[in-house]
Design a protein around this ligand. Structure first.
Ligand code: PEP
Ligand code: MN
Length: 340
């Protein structure tokens, strides 16, 4: 039931259940009420329930994403990554190149973004590319360079795994493992990542619904990993002015639906460096717990995603402006939006 549902709404649901010859039982769940229906409810009847006032959603208990659901942890998930706290009202800044290219490149970026206040370094060693002829990443060498950049700066590193083999290697080197948009519904990979002890960043698929995203996160948690961060990175639309469409409207809904921290990646969403800063600020005001930004010391010669990459100095300016927003959005983030 919706949080504002009334006694009459609940009685109406009970009567409809009885009319179908089934039993119902009210169950308090966190600050809300659920009505459990025992017995088989056919599809058209489910739609009927959804039309009743006060009803929020109807779903089979056994299939609902209950581990990622807000009710499972109404206070919200807070993670510690390399001494930094993710979630809980603070801001997490992740920055780095799309792909790890050379030692000089990754160490330079790491130092620059650390100086600018980033909490984590990103960099792909395994790149899921649209064309097989594009740079695919340095593989294990890329992971070694990320580990080197971490030694140089102390920044925890996040990198993408594209299959089970790369996940096994990434676990050895990285602090956080990313499951990319194209793999959000690679269920074999999700099951394996769920068994990992590393925290996971799950990016929303470019055509994934809220339910798809929640269910994929449920795979991770159901396999035993509760250190999961979600990341909105833009969806496909008819837009011809940006690479994808950043769906900021999912943030308040996610905050009502899940306890997991929510990051936003405006770099991949826009594909255009001039749009990155305004979208990052908008994401933060909308309630994002973290922002992930692509940064490259020489975007023109980047092997991947140069046009959307900020120069280190541009990232420093953006980081400062995001920090200045923290006090403005602090109160509203944990109170208004997290209430079930
Ligand atoms: C990335 O973060 O490097 C990446 C490939 O992102 P996405 O999976 O969102 O396209
Ligand atoms: Mn990229």
């Amino acid at each position: 039931m919706k949080s504002g549902s009334t006694r009459e709404d609940v009685i109406r649901v009970r009567d409809v259940v009885q009319g179908l010859g089934l039993e119902s039982q009210p169950l308090p769940v966190a600050e809300r009420l659920a009505v459990r229906v025992a017995g088989y409810v056919r599809e058209p009847s489910r739609e009927l329930f959804e039309m009743l006032p006060g009803v929020d959603l109807v779903m089979p208990v056994s299939q609902a994403p209950h581990k990622v659901g807000l009710q499972a942890r109404p206070e919200g998930t807070v993670l510690k990554i390399g001494g930094h706290t993710v979630g809980g009202g603070g801001l997490t800044l992740v920055a780095g190149p799309c792909a790890v290219e050379t030692e000089e490149q990754i160490v330079t970026v790491a130092r620059e973004v650390q100086r600018a206040g980033a909490h984590m370094l990103r960099g792909g060693a395994y790149k899921p590319r649209t064309s097989p002829y594009e740079f695919q990443g340095l593989g294990r060498r890329g992971l070694e360079l990320l580990a080197l950049a971490r030694r140089e700066t102390g920044l925890p590193v996040i990198t993408e795994a594209v299959d089970e083999a790369s996940l096994e290697l990434a676990e050895e080197y990285a602090d956080v493992i990313q499951i990319g948009a194209r793999n959000m519904q690679n269920f074999a990979l999700l099951k394996r990542a769920g068994r990992s002890r590393r925290p996971l960043l799950l990016k929303r698929g470019m055509s994934a619904s809220l339910e798809d995203l929640m269910m994929s996160a449920e795979y991770l948690m159901d396999a035993g990993n509760s250190d999961v961060i979600l990341c909105e990175r833009g969806i496909r639309s008819f837009s011809d002015h940006s690479r994808f469409t950043l769906d900021l409207s999912i943030i308040p809904v996610l905050k009502q639906t899940t306890h997991l921290p929510i990051f936003v990646d405006p770099s991949h969403a826009s594909g255009n460096r001039r749009s990155v800063a305004p979208l990052a600020r908008a994401a933060m005001v909308a309630g994002a717990d973290g922002i992930m930004i692509e940064v490259h010391p020489d975007p023109i010669h980047a092997l991947c995603d140069g046009p959307q990459s900020l120069l280190p100095a541009e990232f420093a300016a953006l980081a400062a402006s995001l920090r200045s927003l923290v006090p403005l959005v602090a109160g509203q983030r944990e109170t208004a939006e997290r209430k079930p």
